[in-house]
Design a protein around this ligand. Structure first.
Ligand SMILES: Nc1ncnc2c1ncn2[C@@H]1O[C@H](COP(=O)(O)OP(=O)(O)OP(=O)(O)O)[C@@H](O)[C@H]1O
Ligand SMILES: [Mg+2]
Length: 150
């Protein structure tokens, strides 16, 4: 029986290339509920931006997904709206409120957030938390935290 992507990520996966990370992210993107927030936890180079680039493929978003560090967030439009936010320079939930990102959201959307701990209080309760880590030169681990309260 094919394991679904949520079970697979809950168990934790090891990817050996950026292309594999793209494929995993794409599979998750295709399985996400209509309006979803993803918190991507992990150190520098753990593959957060690479993951978002894979997500974009799920919704036929063309063009490269690059790090939004200098403009805080980037909005991509495809079959679903993808908002890629880098919270690295944000310090509090109030910083996030000032951005008024909700104003731009049009269902169905996905918000993918790098450095989510900086805006922890702002995150919607149904946020999916993923932990990414460097496991080797071109290997990375990706794991989905169990949903809240489980
Ligand atoms: N298995 C893999 N999965 C993802 N990226 C990989 C993998 N193997 C090698 N890489 C490389 O690791 C780098 C990951 O960079 P990326 O920008 O995605 O990380 P990041 O977590 O967003 O870092 P930052 O915190 O600086 O934004 C890329 O250069 C990518 O090509
Ligand atoms: Mg990044």
């Amino acid at each position: 029986m094919a394991t679904n992507i949520f079970d697979k990520l809950l168990a934790g996966v090891e990817t050996t290339s950026a292309a594999r990370t793209h494929a995993i992210a794409r599979a998750l993107g295709e399985a996400l509920p209509p309006d979803a927030t993803l918190a991507l936890h992990g150190d520098l180079g753990s593959g957060k931006t690479t993951f978002v680039s894979g997500l974009a493929k799920a919704w036929n978003i063309e063009g490269p997904v690059t790090s939004p560090t200098f403009n805080l967030f980037t909005i991509y439009k495809g079959d679903r709206m993808l908002v890629h936010l880098d919270a690295y320079r944000l310090k509090r939930a109030e910083d996030m409120e000032a951005l008024m990102i909700e104003e731009f959201l049009k269902s169905p959307w996905c918000m993918a957030i790098e450095w989510p701990d900086n805006i922890e209080d702002w995150l919607p309760p149904d946020t999916l938390h993923l932990d990414l880590a460097v496991a080797g030169r071109s290997s990375r681990s990706i794991r989905l935290r169990p949903p809240h309260g489980q």
